[in-house]
Design a protein around this ligand. Sequence first.
Ligand SMILES: Cc1ncc(COP(=O)(O)O)c(C=O)c1O
Length: 591
Amino acid sequence: MTLLSAVAATLAGALLLVLLLKVRTRLELSRAKHPSLAGHSRWARRFAALVPFYEYDEERFFRADNAPEKVGEQRRAGFMRLAAVYRERFAITARQTSEVDGSISDLQFVGSYRVPFQFSRLVRQHLKAGSFVQSSSGVTITDLDGNTFYDLAGSYGVNVFGYDFYKACIARAVEHASKLGPVLGAYDTAVAYNVRRLREISGLDEVSFHMSGTEAVMQAVRLARYHTRRTHLVRFCGAYHGWWGSVQPGIGNPTTERETYTLKEMDEDSLRVLRKRRDIACVLVNPLQALHPNANAPGDSSLVDSSRGAHFDREAYSDWLKRLRDVCTRNGIALIFDEVFVGFRLAPGGAQEYFGVRADMVTYGKTLGGGLPIGVVCGRKELMKRFRDDRPADICFARGTFNAHPYVMAAMQEFLRQMETAPIRALYRNLDAVWNLRAQQLNDRLREAGLPVQVANLSSIWTVYYTQPSRYNWMLQYYLRAAGLALSWVGTGRFIFSLNYSDADFAAVATRFVAAARSMHDDGWWWSDATLTNKAIRRQVLKEMLAQRLPLLAPWLGGGLRPAHAGVRRTAEPLEFAAPLKSSALHPSDR
Ligand SMILES: Cc1ncc(COP(=O)(O)O)c(C=O)c1O
């Protein structure tokens, strides 16, 4: 062998080795992705783009699961009764809503995504509860018709201590800040207090103020990238961190995010990736995911069958966070706890205290503003600095006109002061024991009543799941509303209780919940037989979609529950009931 060919062979060998190592690293990354669509952002977007619009006609609406005709009629009668209740009881609120819903983009969106889209139009047409409320008090809110509801929506998680608490924070903030008014740039004295308290609570060195949780997350990630000089962020499958593109790389974001890894949570494969790759700047953790690791937020619009599940294991999640902490420390990766949702709800010291793990940065928001808009980043000094001493032009920019607004800072000051008082401290006493017992009591009652519904909880954050295959679980949110329980637009996927719920308040909620579920049961929505499995339901829906995309194949896509093309419409014209709706219906919980 000549010298030249020896060198060439060595180079080729080295190249092959590099290639093999690259392939191995890539395979490790693939293994660390969750097998669901939520774990594959690009595929999820491609799939979402292919899902065609179609909807069920009146006959199919009530018998999408191939139930006997008699059951279809029972459901129709129940639906009509419920529609009449809605028409009578929510008339003013619904009228006010329909005057503006064509002009409010958000309202149009949430209105369309409350139930699976095949059922959406008739539901929107006949079960209008409206989106306006006039007042709040204790654990209730009151709509424009004067109906008072127990609030299970929790204002997206802002409401930890009850609405009256926040009203007081805002009133005192107005009093405090009114002398200064909306002066921005210079600080109100409340800032000094807030910074001191936030440093104590987070155990971290520096604080920055922003206007929303989304902005706080953006800033934390930007700083992590700046200081580590690495490109990628890691988020875990299903976790929500606000609507900024890099943390929402899948459905909902029209661009492709190339510097985000979405990995499996609570999984050894992900730790291997974090251990080996050198391009990871930070890992974002949303501790709310402990209730349903690797699953998206459980909205009722995706409640196609009954496969939604949830279970919280505090010990297992704490252990996971400890291992994650260890890997991040060893590899110079910034561990960011996104406590925008759970901060101050699980414990006075937030998720760090609750799970016994320290992060390098923590984002807070929602409740911390004392009822006003807020986002906060707390972090270690070396991660928070926005410039380099030795490279004065290499800065990490972050500003915001309304950051540290005097009124917001004053409301936060009041919030943080109140956190120190005995009555608020008392709310945290036995918190988990209280809420676990309440969940168990409701589950026992549902089980004893033979209803296919259960709840799972992470402290005061609950989710409803269903124990028997059904296509109609999303109907429960409408029975609950009629029974005086107000949910957010995601429906039964998330209940957020404020900590000021007394045992008596909770007992009233549980009674209404069971009554609503019983009404739904009595109206036949949970009919089932041996052929109705979650798998059969999903297969059927997939066939319906295929029949829409490929109409020529429709006649061959029968089987399953019913021929995929029968009772399915592609038009967007109004769909009305043949039979008139009677208005003499009773409150479901009165029946
Ligand atoms: C964990 C988490 N991070 C970030 C955000 C975004 O916060 P905001 O809606 O204030 O922008 C949210 C909002 O729900 C959240 O739950």
